[in-house]
Design a protein around this ligand. Sequence first.
Ligand code: FES
Length: 225
Amino acid sequence: MTFPGPWLVLLPAQAVRPGAPPVPARLRGEDLVAWRTAAGALQVWHDRCPHRGVRLSLGRVETEHLACAYHGWAFRAGDGRCTQIPALADLAQVPGDVRATPWPAREHAGMVWVHPGAGPSDGAPPGIATDDARFLRTLTLRVPPEALQQPLQDRGFAPLAGPVWQGALAGRTLRLFVQEMQPDLLGLHAWDCDGVQVDDPLPVLAALRQLRDDVEATSGGAGAR
Ligand code: FES
């Protein structure tokens, strides 16, 4: 199991539907927009039109393009190139170097992951097996990353790869991906990896909340949810 680069969780994959309106998201101070083509291809771009800077998340999906809400420039999935400007009758006049800014993005274990750009992005997101992992919940904790290590170890969790931990809560095998969102603000993304879906996930969700509350109480954090 490897952790080849700083892949980060952006949002649940099911929140971005084929051909549906684009979804704004924010990650470490960057405004992003996630959308899918009508065929379902996932895109994550900077949420800024290269024409006049309007948010592309205000635009609409047109089959394989995202069209800006302001002047209607349309940007192609994949490379973000502008391929249509409604005010130009001749498509040959569309400048070839005008494009939106795509980020490397993958759908993995039920989530949309993005690569902020530092280091290679050709590997996979970190070790959350896709065949037996079921995404449970994201919790936020107002603590620095080091505040989480000892409480996880105290509960029998062990690091697997990079920021991925494995252990058990409420009788379920979990993998936790610890993501620094801002200084002193962590995202704790949890997957159930037992393979067999339980009818009632409430006990494990309650155990995760208790973990969060204990960590914040110990470190003096204030209950962000
Ligand atoms: S601001 Fe987007 S097309 Fe003009």
